[in-house]
Design a protein around this ligand. Structure first.
Ligand code: BT5
Length: 313
């Protein structure tokens, strides 16, 4: 949101406050204040004007200005009702030199998972990509996938959904003895070996989505289906971004929180890797995001692959 508009909104949120007072405080004309108030109303903010001035009585359920309002993290929000892919858009912004931007959408028409798989993104979800430029080597970037999983798991638990993390990039919830996918994460990066130029962490959250709109073979569910009522998408998005920002590049904090929330550790897993299949007990996570698997013969460290949770042998 434009900076002056944000400051008008902040003033009204602390209101009631008169138009002339806001104008004096922000050093703009009264007409400009009125214009910003009208624009905020058009964006869905409920602003009353009584004798004692303007007051904020309602914030929109979702959207860019709504998520930016009182967000305690340093991101600009670029919102789209519908867009092919927030990751693709974030890449365009990265090419233009942007940083600390979150591309957020209500619906994606060309959402993508790993290996260019299709990611279903109907209206009602939270589809977002965080673009940032951390001071880390390229090899360290996978840690942000873990951080994103931790951030979403925290937000889900605050919203009453007992989410768990499945290595490498899923957040799941158990429904009727079966693990179902709530969230998928896709991290992309560019740079030189010793330092990334940018990282894009794409997070797809099945928020207020009918599971019938999700791929039937994929054992998927949504926050609203698990809770039996919709989640506050504005607040949920803010909590995810705030938790992600707080973790920052603190690898110990990220790994410790990941261990706490992981459902993969202690399980028998089968991982499809580019070098073949690995089967064994998942015993730990290692920086920047590799799974340590005890095959019975040796401990192997797996950097990437598709993982199945098997029942204990
Ligand atoms: C992922 O891939 O799980 C990463 C998904 C990342 C999506 C976000 S949304 C915002 C940003 N913009 C994008 O375009 N992408 C990111 P993967 O592990 O490869 O899982 C993909 C598989 O999950 C598919 O092959 C389906 O089987 C299944 N799937 C597709 N849509 C799903 C959904 N909404 N919920 C659960 N499972 C789904």
């Amino acid at each position: 949101m434009q900076e002056t508009r944000e400051r008008v909104l902040a003033a009204v949120a602390d209101g009631p406050v008169s138009g002339p007072d806001i104008a004096a405080r922000l050093d703009v004309s009264r007409a400009a204040v009125w214009k910003h108030v009208e624009a905020l109303r058009e964006a869905g903010f409920a602003i009353t004007s009584e004798d004692d001035g303007y007051a904020l009585t309602g914030v929109p359920d979702f959207g860019g200005p709504a998520v930016a309002h009182e967000l305690d993290a340093p991101y600009e929000i670029e919102y789209h009702e519908s867009i092919p892919s927030t990751n693709a858009r974030a890449r365009e912004l990265a090419d233009q030199g942007a940083s600390d931007v979150v591309v957020l959408a209500d619906e994606q028409t060309g959402g993508r998972g790993r290996l260019d798989r299709e990611w279903h993104s109907p209206s009602g979800g939270i589809w977002l990509s965080v673009l940032f430029r951390p001071d880390v080597p390229m090899a360290g970037a996978p840690v942000f996938t873990l951080a994103a999983a931790v951030a979403v798991t925290r937000a889900a638990r605050e919203a009453g959904v007992e989410a768990v993390i499945k290595w490498p990039n899923d957040v799941l919830v158990e429904v009727g003895g079966e693990e179902r996918k709530l969230v998928g994460i896709l991290t992309e990066m560019e740079g030189e070996a010793d330092r990334v130029s940018w990282v894009i962490v794409g997070i797809g959250i099945n928020a207020n989505v009918d599971p019938g709109a999700l791929p039937s073979g994929a054992a998927a569910t949504s926050l609203s289906a698990v809770r039996g009522e919709p989640v506050d998408r504005r607040r949920f998005t803010q909590r995810v971004l705030e938790a992600f920002d707080t973790l920052g590049t603190d690898r110990d904090a990220i790994l410790d929180a990941w261990r706490e929330y992981a459902s993969t550790l202690g399980r028998t897993v089968r991982i499809d890797t580019p070098d073949g299949e690995v089967v064994g007990e998942a015993v730990d996570i290692a920086y920047p995001g590799s799974l340590v698997v005890d095959t019975g013969e040796e401990r192997v460290t797996v950097a990437a692959g598709d993982c199945d949770h098997l029942r204990p042998l």
